[in-house]
Design a protein around this ligand. Structure first.
Ligand code: ADP
Ligand code: MG
Length: 559
């Protein structure tokens, strides 16, 4: 520490580039080691990155807190949040702020040997000159005070830490038992689903928020290690409709289920909203590109003799994009589809008897989802949860119907069946053939242009919506289950890894690539992707596939 201090003092007043001397040096502080992983070349470049490493002899985390993967994840997550809080008074120091999901992130790592934290430092300057004395105060006084205050086990607010781990363990326990209970999702009684506003992930205060309460017929119970028995609504496998009047909480419920593939922090309100981990939100996404997707189960004989068994376009319509999203989700291993009428193409979802009478089947290329949704379940075991307030035609194909009435779910399955019998739709079922499982596709990188400046493979995330590969943008705005910047950073790095390792080589199928990447992440963690020190957060294979599918320059061959 003293060496760093005198070095910084010596650099005072020199040109900013002088800071380069710090790069890769490790400095020993009382209780931890500090190392510069990146040093910014000038005051306006992205900030420098330092790594703090504290031995467990100092940090003293009990190994009992690290036995299960979910505990390690929750512990890392907790420490990163505390660090973020503690750094708030120091604008020059920062660590990426976690959202409401508990994720593995590269900001904090923990093992039985050490605790590692990576944070960014805006190295002080006046104009383009080094302010060495200010840097020394920042790095040799303020930062060490924060580290010793936040990192050691004996400084943790133990009740909060315990709660963080217990919530994660119990939610994961529920997830691991969903399938054996025949469920695709679970929503605990008392959950707060609505958010404070359309731009906030904080829970709506209650009241006015109506806490979730399961209807008696769908109520079930999980016995979990820390919260005893948790009761709530189980959504069974099969086809589930969420119906109800406008503004009664349907989309809010579905959104909670979309996020239910992740763990949530205590206080989020959705701690025990748990969804099958492979569930994928499906929506219309007109304008996206599609590469060689077999959308023929939904769409046949398009104008101009376009081949829908090998459908490619640079500009999909509402219905073709939604069809492609479903087929791609199946290819990426989705066992559950989550669909909201608000973001669906109407002609993809329904085609009623009157429209069938007016426009003959051979003039309408679309086989609506209503005629395929049961096949997805019966032939492929893929369940659907569908928000549908606008068409009762779906009563004929639903296993479970839940009505939201003033934010309270009611089980109206029997009534819906009775209505379906009393008012037949007279529509003809349009699916005449089995639902083919998507044939494998092979991503072909030969047309990719990845160079940018000096970098041979330049792939980078930009905020929450875009990954830039070479000079081309991959638009991820409508991949709605991405929740943090860090996930896009990690996805960008995973793309680069998959290219460098030649997993994407024109021979491996998309599915094989997903397996290779999943194995890699299981062994190495999201930190294994870190080529440069960066803020990474874990992501699912479903989202990695979604990125490949939206990459305009990537071709997909049939295998
Ligand atoms: P729908 O999809 O049925 O039209 P939304 O889910 O969009 O309805 O919800 C409508 C409004 O009600 C939103 O502003 C939402 O925040 C609010 N809301 C949803 N669930 C609850 C609840 N449990 N308690 C209070 N307000 C809620
Ligand atoms: Mg809605």
């Amino acid at each position: 520490m003293n060496r760093l201090r005198s070095l910084l003092h010596r650099l005072d007043g020199r040109g900013y580039g002088g800071y380069k001397e710090l790069l890769h040096q490790e400095f020993h502080f009382p209780g931890f080691h500090l190392r510069f992983l990146r040093v910014q070349p000038d005051p306006f470049a992205p900030p420098s990155v330092v790594q703090i490493r504290m031995d467990q002899q100092v940090a003293k985390y009990p190994t009992a807190l690290m036995e299960l993967p979910v505990q390690r994840t929750a512990l890392r997550d907790f420490l990163q949040r505390r660090f973020w809080q503690a750094l708030r008074p120091y604008p020059e120091l920062s660590i990426d702020p976690p959202g409401n999901e508990i994720l593995d992130r590269t900001g904090c790592l923990i093992s039985s040997d050490e605790v590692v934290v990576r944070l960014t430092v805006q190295l002080p300057a006046s104009g383009r000159r080094i302010r060495g004395y200010q840097a020394a105060t920042l790095l040799c006084e303020q930062l060490p005070a924060v580290v010793m205050e936040v990192l050691p086990y004996d400084r943790q607010p133990l009740d909060r830490l315990q709660k963080h781990l217990e919530v994660a363990i119990d939610a994961e326990t529920i997830r691991s038992r969903l399938a054996e209970m025949g469920l695709v999702a679970f929503i605990a009684n008392g959950s707060i689903l609505p958010r404070e506003s359309g731009i906030s992930e904080n829970p709506m205060p209650s009241p006015p928020a109506v806490p979730f309460q399961s209807p008696p017929e769908l109520e079930c119970e999980f016995e979990v290690p820390h919260h005893g028995r948790i009761r709530g609504m189980g959504i069974p496998e099969g086809v589930t409709l969420i119906v109800g009047g406008g503004f009664h909480g349907k989309s809010t419920l579905l959104r909670a289920l979309e996020r239910g593939v992740y763990l949530h922090i205590p206080g989020d309100g959705r701690e025990f909203v748990v969804t099958n981990p492979t569930a994928v939100k499906i929506r219309a996404e007109d304008g996206r590109c599609v590469h060689n997707v077999d959308i023929s189960p939904f769409i046949a004989h398009l104008p101009m003799k376009i081949d829908t068994a090998h459908f490619s376009t640079e500009n999909a319509s509402g219905s073709t994009s939604q069809a492609a999203n479903i087929i791609e989700a199946l290819e990426a291993g989705a066992e559950v589809l989550l669909i909201d009428e608000d973001t669906s193409a109407t002609n993809f979802m329904i085609r009623d008897a009157r429209m069938q009478a007016l426009i003959a089947k051979d003039r309408e290329p679309i086989t609506p989802f209503i005629d395929r949704v049961r096949q997805l379940y019966e032939e492929h075991g893929v369940s659907t949860i569908l928000v549908m307030g606008g068409s009762g035609d779906y009563f004929d194909v639903a296993d479970t119907v839940i009505a939201m009435v003033e934010y309270r779910p009611l089980n109206v399955t029997e009534q819906a069946r009775a209505v379906a019998q009393q008012y037949p739709t007279h529509r003809k079922v349009e699916a005449e053939t089995p639902f083919p499982f998507p044939p494998p596709r092979v991503p072909n990188p030969s047309r990719l242009q990845l160079r940018r400046g000096k970098r041979e493979i330049a792939i980078k995330a930009k905020g929450m919506e875009t990954i830039v590969a070479g000079k081309a943008a991959i638009d991820l705005r409508f991949v709605e289950q991405l929740v943090e910047d860090g996930q896009l950073n990690a996805l960008a790095a995973a793309l680069e890894l998959a290219l460098r390792k030649q997993w994407i080589d024109g021979r491996h199928t998309l599915n094989e690539i997903l397996h290779l990447l999943r194995d890699f992440l299981e062994h190495r963690g999201v930190e294994g992707l870190a080529t440069a020190p960066h803020n990474f957060a874990t992501f699912r294979m479903q989202e990695f596939a979604a990125v490949l599918n939206r990459w305009r320059a990537l071709q997909m061959r049939s295998s």
